[in-house]
Design a protein around this ligand. Structure first.
Ligand SMILES: Nc1ncnc2c1ncn2[C@@H]1O[C@H](COP(=O)(O)OP(=O)(O)OP(=O)(O)O)[C@@H](O)[C@H]1O
Ligand SMILES: CC(C)(CO)[C@@H](O)C(=O)[O-]
Ligand code: BAL
Length: 287
């Protein structure tokens, strides 16, 4: 595996892949890799000749009071994991390489970014869209893989790719990979490592309460009642703040208060012991 930290070196490697007519997959990450990331890598390997993984803790997607400084940085261990997975190229730029002096561009994806994490983390999706667009320009992949754990992020990236004609045909090129979970149901996330043993155990109430809300909604129960119970269960289970617990159209991310034949998603973001966790699951209309 080649570990690359400079854009001119990246260009040389990508040119070699292109000269061999090799299909390139990109898996963008912020590092602190876990089995969720490795699942994306394996899905990439099945679909491409060359797999590139980027590791970049992108400062522009963190708010001023968020965890940019504390975010785990474990490049050596990450490189070893990627080497074992047979990754071809690790792109790990530093901040000045990504954001040279005078950097002044931002991509704003309207609509799909507005609510949920867009509302509770102002500026977050502009930071994500801008850095992902740059990563696409730099690596020039044929396909890119993202986790469904970050459902709204996936929708934002799909919208951006379609609007800016990135990675054509965008509908097949942006691949969403189902969320990988711990045995107790908690979605794997780099931020889970902030939790001590007690709060880590308590955090499993999140997927459990979501499943129970979904069961109630899918069997015809009231949606507002199910969402209110979900929030109350999270608070009783040790979550201090719920940014949102809502039902939305899975593609447009518009809130819905009734189910239709369009796919719907239950989306939650909530804080436990100072750590913000997100999760989402599909919801089917009652049959
Ligand atoms: N449990 C998971 N299952 C599937 N994909 C995942 C999972 N966790 C993260 N990913 C995906 O991995 C990619 C990189 O995510 P990132 O590096 O931010 O990791 P993370 O674990 O989501 O960290 P964070 O705690 O910052 O949310 C994203 O596309 C993300 O959706
Ligand atoms: C897509 C991404 C790598 C952009 O920084 C990040 O938001 C993430 O890890 O999900
Ligand atoms: N996985 C999304 C990156 C973030 O929370 O900033």
């Amino acid at each position: 595996m080649k570990s690359i930290h400079r854009l001119d070196h990246l260009r040389e490697e990508i040119a070699k892949f292109r000269a061999g007519h090799q299909r390139i997959a990109l898996v963008p990450t912020m590092g602190a890799l876990h089995e969720g990331h490795l699942t994306l890598v394996r899905a990439a390997r099945e679909r491409a000749d060359r797999v590139a993984v980027s590791i970049f803790v992108n400062p522009t997607q963190f708010g001023p009071n968020e965890d940019l400084a504390a975010y785990p940085r474990t490049l050596e261990a990450d490189s070893e994991l990627l080497r074992q997975e047979g990754v071809d190229l690790l792109w790990a730029p530093n901040v000045p390489e990504m954001y040279p002096e005078g950097f002044a561009t931002s991509i704003s994806v309207e609509g799909v970014s507005a609510d949920f994490c867009g509302a509770s983390r102002p500026g977050h999706f502009a930071g994500v869209a801008t850095v992902v667009c740059k990563l696409f320009q730099q690596v020039q992949p044929d396909i890119a893989l993202f986790g469904e754990k970050d459902w709204q992020q996936l929708a934002v990236i799909r919208r951006m790719a379609r609007d800016l004609d990135l990675l054509l045909p965008y509908a097949d090129a942006i691949i969403g990979v189902p969320t990988v979970r711990e045995p107790d149901g908690l979605a794997l996330s780099s931020r889970n490592r902030y939790l001590d043993t007690e709060h880590r155990a308590r955090a499993a109430v999140l997927p459990k309460a979501m499943r129970s809300a979904i069961e109630s909604i899918e069997t015809g129960g009231s949606i507002p009642d199910a969402l209110a119970r979900l929030e109350a269960t999270l608070r009783e289970g040790g979550f201090s703040k719920v940014d949102y617990a809502a039902l939305a159209d899975a593609a447009t991310l518009q809130r819905v208060d009734t189910l239709s034949d369009r796919p719907a998603r239950l989306l939650v973001a909530a804080h436990i012991a100072g750590t913000r966790l997100i999760d989402n699951m599909p919801v089917n209309a009652p049959s």
